[in-house]
Design a protein around this ligand. Structure first.
Ligand code: SF4
Ligand code: SF4
Length: 328
């Protein structure tokens, strides 16, 4: 990642307004770009790279080929069979020239470098309705938000100055210093616990579980309000062994810190709505044809951890399941 001055700038992906999934109440969520993990189920593949990336949106393309002749780096080609535009991401230097020349906005640069002031002004446009929402506020997510910790810290400061609540969504895979810096002004932490087994954690998501758990203990010591979240991914995290393993970790922490250190634990059901994001980046995704979880399986997982001793009122499942649609 290119260095950015003293928390005054960040590479962002997008802002999502009126979110009900990134913390309590209504939220405006800022997604930062760049993540050190490699979860195979990632729902925001465009957020992984620490650099801007070009994408082609086929449905908007009229086939004028202006972009191909515009690119001096020769990073764009026409597929001779399908006539689609093919991007060579190894060659593209993200100069953005083709994006500006495309008459139909069929090329898009993912990732924008923003200044603290401009992004806080943009987020604070939502103040009026966020303040009316009970416990509503602004969430910073990723990518991995702690990778741009100084920026997160300053942005949360500004949000607080304007009387809004803040939440940090993190995998906890970062140095303790970065975590403290990003979390110090966060009113709520949304914290991922994905896999209970250290070897699988390392092999599948590419990060050290010990570090994630040490950082969770740090947040508890900081007295942070914590919501735990576990993505329930078929074939990776949805087995009883994994979920009861995570429950065991939580119960161990309860022995040391009492039961009040976490407010809730959400089991978040897998969905495959992001398949086209992978296609636009020229990537295949192993979950494209994976069916959704079903309601009974989700309820069984919740029941199993309650039977293990977790407080019933703190454990729930969210997301989309087969047939029924969204629930929470
Ligand atoms: S300039 Fe835009 S519309 Fe024309 S071929 Fe390229 S992507 Fe398609
Ligand atoms: S962003 Fe620049 S280098 Fe990349 S394809 Fe477009 S014109 Fe070429």
């Amino acid at each position: 990642m290119k260095s950015r001055p003293d928390g005054q700038q960040a590479l962002i992906l997008e802002i999502q307004r009126m979110s009900t999934e990134d913390g309590p109440g209504l939220r405006t969520t800022l997604f930062l770009k760049g993540c050190p993990l490699c979860c195979p189920w990632c729902h925001n593949p465009e957020s992984i790279s620490f650099e801007p990336q070009l994408e082609w949106i086929g449905a908007r393309c009229i086939g004028c080929h202006t972009c191909v002749s515009t690119c001096v780096a020769n990073a764009l080609k026409i597929n001779p069979r399908t006539h689609e535009i093919m991007i060579d991401w190894q060659v593209c230097d993200s100069c953005g020239l083709c994006v500006r020349q495309c008459p139909t906005n069929a090329l898009k640069m993912i990732g924008t470098l923003v200044n603290l002031e401009e992004i806080s002004d943009e987020l604070l446009k939502d103040s009026a309705y966020l303040k009316k929402s009970v416990d509503g506020g602004i969430t910073i997510s990723g990518g991995e938000a702690t990778c741009q910790a100084a920026f997160v810290n300053r942005l949360f400061e500004r949000i607080h100055e304007n009387g809004l609540g803040t939440a940090l969504d993190t995998s906890g895979f970062c140095t303790s210093m970065k975590l403290q810096e990003a979390a110090i002004n966060a009113d709520l932490i949304l914290y991922d616990l994905k896999l209970a087994d250290a070897e699988k954690h390392k092999r599948i998501v590419g990060g050290d579980l010990g570090l994630v758990l040490d950082n969770l203990a740090l947040l508890i010591d900081m007295g942070k309000r914590i919501w735990l979240r576990t993505p329930i991914i078929p074939g990776f995290t949805n087995d009883l062994e994994n979920i009861t393993g995570i429950a065991w970790i939580i119960l161990q922490l309860c022995e040391t810190h009492g039961q009040d250190w976490f407010e809730r634990w959400e089991l978040c059901a897998f969905n495959n709505l992001c398949s086209d994001k992978y296609a636009r980046l020229g990537k295949s995704w192993i979950f494209t044809h994976t069916p959704l979880m079903n309601r009974i399986s989700m309820e069984k997982l919740v029941a199993s951890v309650i039977a293990q001793g977790l407080p019933k009122e703190k454990v729930s499942w969210t997301g989309m399941t087969e047939l029924e649609g969204y629930t929470s």
